[in-house]
Write a protein that binds this ligand. Structure first.
Ligand SMILES: Nc1nc2c(c(=O)[nH]1)N[C@@H](CN(C=O)c1ccc(C(=O)N[C@@H](CCC(=O)O)C(=O)O)cc1)CN2
Length: 295
């Protein structure tokens, strides 16, 4: 192995320490940010992620509120819960935990979220603001995973300005939205978005300074399609059963062989996941500071 690790756990811990101080400064002015979560159903993964978000809030001093609905909740019941969170003054930002159960119109639910309370940064208005305001300072919530990836890379001293970045996967939470951040003037990277319709993935990745792998296909990024010295960020989440232990575990898009050619690789778990969680908290604190005229 030659690659160094982009340590998401340690970086997220540092960001949480900074947030704790910022939350204390807000408290000194009588302001307490509050993150709401809306969870529908009993998927164990989603329950675990939501519990993690409340734990993170407690760690940095953000209040947290929960709306939990059963798996058979109707579209109307879910939309009513979104309206409650929109109207609750104690909730300064909230997320709808994804995925929602089959049969629910997810886009309709997400579009109901008040854009100023959109802690995930995925509301069409907030994505639209990124499209329209490429050179101005951002004054709206940013998509958490893309923001987390950029923070992870830059906080390891890697400059993205002028870098050729290849993104693998066109999902909304990462692939489609990260280009909006990477091509902003303050980051200044050049982005190629590849997907299942790309004719020759390797031709793109072999020339990339940075690969952001968000395909959700276990081990799709192998050493032979990575340029020596590249930075490789693993966003993929595949759940596999270990044949030796019989236990289920998370694995990513990046094959272990990549550690022998790349300069930097993000571990998975322990890379982008903890950063996504930290960026959710950052969005909540940023919004509270903006509302208080502190940013
Ligand atoms: N409304 C949202 N829903 C979902 C999002 C999201 O950003 N907003 N992303 C995922 C789930 N997610 C947060 O909600 C999330 C997933 C994973 C992690 C994480 O820290 N993972 C660990 C590994 C955990 C394990 O072993 O199972 C890691 O990468 O180290 C954080 C957040 C879908 N839904």
């Amino acid at each position: 192995m030659t690659a160094q690790l982009l340590d998401g756990k340690a970086t997220a811990a540092g960001i949480k320490a900074e947030l704790t101080e910022r939350v204390a400064a807000l408290a000194a002015r009588g302001i307490r940010p509050g993150l709401g979560t809306l969870l529908v159903g009993d998927d164990p993964g989603s329950q675990w992620y939501v519990a993690g978000k409340h734990k993170d809030c407690a760690e940095v001093g953000i209040a947290s509120l929960r709306e939990d609905l059963p798996a058979d909740a109707t579209q109307e019941e879910i939309e009513a819960a979104v309206r409650r969170l929109n109207e609750d003054p104690a909730c300064t930002g909230f997320i709808v935990q994804l995925p929602l159960p089959a049969g629910i119109d997810t886009n309709r639910v997400l579009e109901l979220v008040d854009p100023d309370k959109d802690a995930d940064g995925l509301h069409p208005t907030n994505l639209g603001r990124l499209v329209l305001r490429v050179s101005e300072p951002v004054t709206s919530p940013l998509p958490c995973t893309p923001r987390g990836i950029i923070e992870l890379v830059e906080r390891h001293g890697i400059d993205l300005a002028g870098a050729d970045v290849v993104v693998v996967g066109r999902g909304v939470t990462v692939g489609r939205s990260i280009g909006l951040l990477l091509t902003r003037r303050e980051v200044n990277a050049t982005v190629t978005l590849t997907h299942t319709g790309t004719a020759d993935l390797a031709e793109h990745t072999r020339n990339a300074d940075v690969i952001i792998a968000a395909a959700g296909v276990q081990g799709v990024i192998t050493a032979d399609i990575v340029k020596p010295g590249a930075v490789v960020v693993d966003v993929g989440v595949s759940r596999v059963t270990d044949p030796e232990t019989g236990k289920s575990r998370v694995t990513g898009d990046v094959h272990p062989s990549v550690l022998d050619v790349a300069a930097w690789v993000s571990p998975n778990p322990g890379g982008v996941g903890p950063m996504t969680r930290a960026m959710l908290l950052s969005n909540v604190v940023d919004s509270a500071e903006r509302a208080a005229g502190m940013a």
